[in-house]
Design a protein around this ligand. Structure first.
Ligand SMILES: [Zn+2]
Length: 142
C-alpha cells in the first residue's frame, strides 16, 4: 500500500489516495467521452481513501452518477456513483498515472471507429458492463 498524490491542470485542486497494485480502467461510454473528449481513464484506489482539496465541483450527469471537475481550469477529476458516494479519480491527474497498467475497458463496443486501445487486457461490451453494475433484480448474487 502506498499513497499517490495528484493535481488538476492549474494546481488548485489536489488529490491523495491509497493504492495497492493499482490498475487503470478505461470507459468509452458517450458521457465519459464527452466529459473528457476521449475516454475516461480511472485509477483504481483503495475504497474510501480519496481526499480532494480545492475548488472541486460536481456535475450530476445521470440519476446514478456525478462527475467532478475543477472550477478554475475545468480538469476532469472523478467519476462518482451517487448511491454509495464512491469516487473514481481520473488517472491523468497523478504523476505517470501512478505507474498503473491498463487492465480493463468498459463499453468497448462504443469506442469510436477511428481508434482502439492496444494491449492484452479485458474488454467488456456494453451488455457486459451494464450487467456488472446494474442492481441485481433477477436473484443472482452480483
Ligand atoms: Zn484546476
Amino acid at each position: 500500500m502506498r499513497d499517490v498524490k495528484g493535481q488538476c491542470l492549474c494546481g488548485a485542486v489536489t488529490l491523495t489516495a491509497s493504492v495497492d497494485n493499482p490498475i487503470l480502467r478505461a470507459c468509452h461510454c458517450d458521457m465519459c467521452r464527452r466529459h473528457t473528449s476521449s475516454m475516461f481513464l480511472s485509477l483504481a484506489i483503495t475504497e474510501g481513501s480519496l481526499t480532494v482539496d480545492g475548488p472541486a465541483k460536481s456535475y450530476r450527469s445521470s440519476d446514478w452518477a456525478e462527475r467532478g471537475f475543477c472550477e478554475i481550469c475545468g480538469s476532469t477529476l472523478w467519476y462518482g456513483t451517487v448511491h454509495d458516494g464512491a469516487r473514481h479519480p481520473a488517472a491523468g491527474l497523478f504523476e505517470n498515472a501512478a505507474g498503473a497498467p491498463l487492465k480493463l475497458e468498459f463499453f468497448e463496443d462504443m469506442t469510436p471507429d477511428g481508434y482502439d486501445l492496444s494491449g492484452n487486457h479485458r474488454k467488456m461490451t456494453t451488455e457486459e458492463t451494464i450487467a456488472m453494475f446494474a442492481p441485481s433484480e433477477e436473484g443472482n448474487s452480483q
